[in-house]
Design a protein around this ligand. Structure first.
Ligand code: MG
Length: 248
């Protein structure tokens, strides 16, 4: 049985999620040609602390920053650096926050300047894949139904869905059970119930591979074929008759 949050805890998560969504929206607006990931990380950290919260990624398994900045072929877990964003880049921004003792998690991918037609499609499909995954969230459905729906939607576009990384339970910690695959897992994982809180986060690769490789820094997860990638994420609570997106 997976962890259940009380109504009071869901309300705190919603409050925190709302703050986090505001932070990420601001960071996405700032992400332009000539800006660096480290600059965004600094803003993220300041805004979170200003809100009386804590950046939950910083120090998590030794991750050095508040914000993951994953550029182009990097799917997730990119360490922000001094390299300026360039026209045509796809910049993934992933951030987690602890607010009043509870954790939310969210991500978006930003097009820098004018991006290729394939990149535009990749963004659109990944974003919609998240919506389609969220639409599966209701009591009685199985966690595995999320990935089945996402894969069914993504397949015709020919993009690869990352399998080595998945969504996850969240709320009391950065990562909790269950894992939430974005592909057809092939077996049941567990039924959803009111009070379950999960992060859904489809990660797509423009090439048709689902394979990833870890970079030399031991953090960045790159597409195996070095093609561009996109990642969108929301923290979602299961409610009595459906779901509530907490990171709004
Ligand atoms: Mg996550």
């Amino acid at each position: 049985m997976f962890d259940k949050k009380t109504q009071a805890e869901i309300e705190i998560l919603q409050e925190g999620g709302h703050i986090l969504a505001g932070v990420l929206k601001h960071l996405a607006d700032l992400a332009k040609v000539g800006v660096t990931g480290l600059e965004l990380d600094k803003v993220a950290q300041e805004m979170i602390i200003q809100a009386g919260a804590k950046p939950s990624f910083k120090g998590y398994h030794g991750f050095p920053n508040a914000l993951c900045v994953s550029v182009n072929q990097t799917v997730v877990h990119g360490i922000p650096n001094n390299q300026v964003f360039q026209n045509g880049d796809l910049v993934g921004l992933d951030i987690g926050m602890e607010y009043k003792g509870l954790f939310t998690d969210m991500a978006t991918t930003v097009a820098i300047g004018e991006v290729s037609a394939t990149s535009k499609k990749l963004l659109e499909v990944t974003k919609e894949a998240l919506n389609i995954g969220i639409a599966q969230v209701k009591p009685g459905k199985d966690i595995a139904d999320i990935g089945i729906a996402i894969e069914q939607y993504v397949k015709p576009f020919g993009f690869g869905i990352v399998r080595d990384l998945t969504g996850h339970g969240v709320g009391r910690a950065v990562h909790e059970d269950p894992f939430v695959p974005n592909f057809t897992y092939g077996q049941k994982i567990g039924k959803m119930f009111p009070g379950l809180v999960i992060a859904i986060e489809p990660m797509l690769i423009a090439g048709s591979t689902h394979k990833v490789k870890i970079a030399k820094d031991n953090w960045a997860v790159n597409s195996a074929d070095s093609s561009f990638t996109a990642h969108f994420e929301h923290t979602v609570a299961v409610t009595e008759n459906g779901h509530l997106i907490l990171t709004k």
